[in-house]
Design a protein around this ligand. Structure first.
Ligand code: CA
Length: 85
């Protein structure tokens, strides 16, 4: 998954608004990142890959300071244990 646009209320610990990505089927799965701010701020982590076939994404927002949100491209990387990879 690659974010192509991103504008979420920025906070040092992303406590107000945030996009969280998990490596699995739900929020109990290992975290792949908790993001907020602008695309330039998340540049180092805007390409996220899961280890398996599931990726779970949540968006948290409070009632104050709204930004435009985010867009992302999702792509599938074939694994070697499937015919045709
Ligand atoms: Ca907010």
């Amino acid at each position: 998954m690659e974010f192509t646009s991103f504008s979420v209320e920025r906070d040092r610990t992303c406590n107000f608004d945030s996009v969280s990505v998990y490596d699995g089927e739900n929020t109990g799965s290992p975290s792949l990142g908790k993001l907020c701010g602008e695309l330039d701020n998340i540049r180092s982590s805007n390409f996220i890959t899961s280890t398996g076939e599931n990726m779970y994404i949540t968006f948290h927002t409070d009632g104050l300071v709204g930004k435009t949100g985010f867009e992302a491209i999702l792509s599938f990387i074939g694994s070697s244990d499937q015919p045709g990879g």
